[in-house]
Design a protein around this ligand. Sequence first.
Ligand SMILES: Cc1cc2nc3c(=O)[nH]c(=O)nc-3n(C[C@H](O)[C@H](O)[C@H](O)COP(=O)(O)O)c2cc1C
Length: 175
Amino acid sequence: MKTIVVYKSKYGSAKTYANWIAQELGCTAENVKNISVKDLMQYDKIVYGGGLYAEIIGGLFLITKNIDLLKNKKIAVYSCGITPLDCRDYYDKMVIEKNFKNGVPENVKVFNFMGKMIMDELTLVHRSALKTLKKIMSSKENPTEMEKLLVDLCDADGDFMDKESIKDLVDYIRN
Ligand SMILES: Cc1cc2nc3c(=O)[nH]c(=O)nc-3n(C[C@H](O)[C@H](O)[C@H](O)COP(=O)(O)O)c2cc1C
C-alpha cells in the first residue's frame, strides 16, 4: 500500500506535523505546490494537512475538487490552528462546513492539531488581518462565547504543537 503525506504550510506547523506523520508511516511528505492530482492517483492512502486561515484548511481544494477521482483512496485530512481542540462546535461544524460544502466524504476522516502562532514571525498582512478581526469582534455588543474566544485568539502567541496528537491519524491510516 503506497502512502503519501501532502501539506500546505505558511509558518511551518502543518509541515512539522507532515514530517512527524511521514516518519511514523515510513513515507514521504511533499509540499502541495509540487503535487498534482495525477501524482495522488499513484497512492492508496493520502494524508493532507494545512494551516487554518479563517477556518479554511490551506490548499485542501486539491482534495475536495478532485474527490471523485480520489474516491477509492483512504484519506486523512488534518488542520493546524490555534483554536483549542475542545471547541468541538468550531471544528466539527464551522471548519467542516467551510471546507466540505457537500459534507465529509465517506473515504475521508478529519483530524485537528494545535499549531503555532509567533507574532514576530507573522507577515504584516497577517498581523493587520488579526488586528482588524479583533477590532470587529471587540465592538460587538453581546458577543457569543465563540466571538469572545476569537478576540483572545487574535493575541495568541506561542507554539502549541504536540507530536503525541498524531497517534489517532497514524493508526487510522495504518489500519
Ligand atoms: C491571518 C490569520 C488567520 C488565522 N485564522 C485561524 C483560524 O481561523 N482558526 C485557527 O484555529 N487558527 C487560525 N490562525 C492560526 C494559524 O492557523 C496557525 O498559526 C497555524 O499554526 C498556521 O499553520 P501553518 O504554519 O502550517 O501555516 C490564523 C492565523 C493568521 C495569521
